[in-house]
Design a protein around this ligand. Structure first.
Ligand code: CA
Length: 229
């Protein structure tokens, strides 16, 4: 079953190359060449995933992603950013922007397709959730089927990926989870993939959780652990 993907890139040759490869993998692909068109298209067609270039002629990809994350309607839309500069990576997947993942230019279309498929695989519908329906870590409460997180009674807007990361840690509270294990379960990647993704996402999750952040502990040199109290 293909997914609906919107590719946002002003370099028309690259946009077309990406679109052809994603269509070849069975997806239904639309292309936008600037940020304004992309935002309108997202409202109109509600795609399942966005491939978003940082450098766009009008609104930057970073600003597009930031706007999507501010709205309850689009906070969970999976976003993969295309970036030409390695020094942008922390910003792009960090708290400030909130992309789910990134691919650095130049990239192989095959690599991008693999990343897209990994993200789509892990987007599990709420109805398929098994296990406890509500998990509480002190004043941090996770309503699993509703994908809703509250800290001291205030709802926290999390992206789909942040929710999965929190749920993965919380459902194994008290036990340390390695970065490789998290990469495999939360991101769907094979272990030993060179990426700073786990650390930047945990940092962002902590910032969002505010007072609830005390329940996510760093275990130096190993990984992360959720604490029940
Ligand atoms: Ca561009």
């Amino acid at each position: 079953m293909g997914s609906r993907i919107l590719v946002v890139e002003d370099e028309t040759d690259l946009a077309e190359l990406v679109a052809i490869n994603l269509r070849g993998a069975g997806h239904d692909v639309a292309v936008a060449h600037d940020g304004k068109t992309a935002l309108a298209e997202i409202q109109r067609s509600q795609p399942d995933l966005l491939v978003l270039d940082v450098m766009l002629p009008d609104i930057s990809g970073i600003e597009v992603c930031r706007r999507l994350r501010r709205s309850a309607q689009t906070v969970r839309l999976p976003v993969i950013m295309l970036t030409a500069r390695t020094d942008e990576v922390d910003r792009v997947v960090g708290f400030e922007v909130g992309a789910d993942d990134y691919v650095s230019k130049p990239f192989s279309p095959r690599e991008l397709v693999l990343r897209v498929e990994a993200i789509l695989r892990r987007t599990i519908p709420a109805a398929e959730v098994v296990g406890p329906q509500v998990i509480a870590l002190g004043k941090l409460v996770i309503d699993v089927p509703a994908h809703r997180v509250e800290v001291e009674g205030e709802e926290i807007l999390l992206t789909a990926l942040e929710f999965r990361l929190l749920l993965d840690l919380a459902s194994r509270a008290g036990r340390v989870q390695s970065r490789d294990a998290l990469l495999e379960r939360v991101w769907g990647y094979s272990p030993n993939v060179e990426t700073r993704t786990v650390d930047t996402h945990v940092k962002r999750l902590r910032e969002k959780l505010g007072a609830g952040a005390v329940h996510i502990e760093t275990v130096r040199g190993v990984g992360y652990r959720a604490l029940k109290s």
